[in-house]
Design a protein around this ligand. Sequence first.
Ligand code: PGA
Length: 264
Amino acid sequence: MNPFYIGTNLKMNMTAAQTVEYISLLAQYCADLPLGEAKLFVIPSFTAISDCARQPLEGKILLGAQNMCWEDSGEFTGEISPVMLREFGVDIVEIAHSERRSKFSESDEYANLKVLAALRHGMKALLCVGENKSQKDIGISDEILSIQLKAGLKNVADFDTGNIIIAYEPAWAIGSAGETADCVYTKSRLMTIRSALLELFGSDGREIPIIFGGSVNERNACAYIEEGGYDGLFVGRAAWDAERFNRLIRQVLPVWKSGGRRRS
Ligand code: PGA
């Protein structure tokens, strides 16, 4: 069984002080959770990472970064390197979120360099893939996903697949203007993603967790696990209140543990 990942990207929200308050509260709420194979993660802004790293998170919450340069150091003004993230014990690097792709023109080629850099430094690479609305409308979602995966995971060694997580996040489902994605639709995309991973890595591709994100909330979360077959959830707005996120996690965990395990 693949591990179950549930986490949130705080995007460009919360000051460092607010993030510390949020993550400390979340750690308290989750203190009694029997997480086991389930991994909980929070991805704050860069400016909050060092303060978060000092919090007693009881090993319950993995810490992520929203982006990263592919080089260790050098003439890259404004960038943050993998070495700098490792200094604070960052576990997961989010790569090529749809907002990075659409608002900052991040390409699959750069996503690939970042994936390889994260792996080189012993961090998990959380590669985000997803089609936009016009790609969905003209029926090329599967082609887009295959391209993003094959280009983004180029040259990843089979022995590194244990440090890859894929987040399927259809761009049209993300954010306040996003539409809720239908479970049947997302299940088909999951199959496409799994096929691409099997093509790339053979049977090792089956072990790579695929999580779903895009307008996930307490009304639809369980369905993406139970009917959709996903290995976890990547939650935005519905997770930014610690109490609400705690409720969502408690709702989803039993579903995953009891049979929402029909994996692709
Ligand atoms: P949302 O964000 O849940 O607010 O739609 C999801 C994401 O961007 O990962």
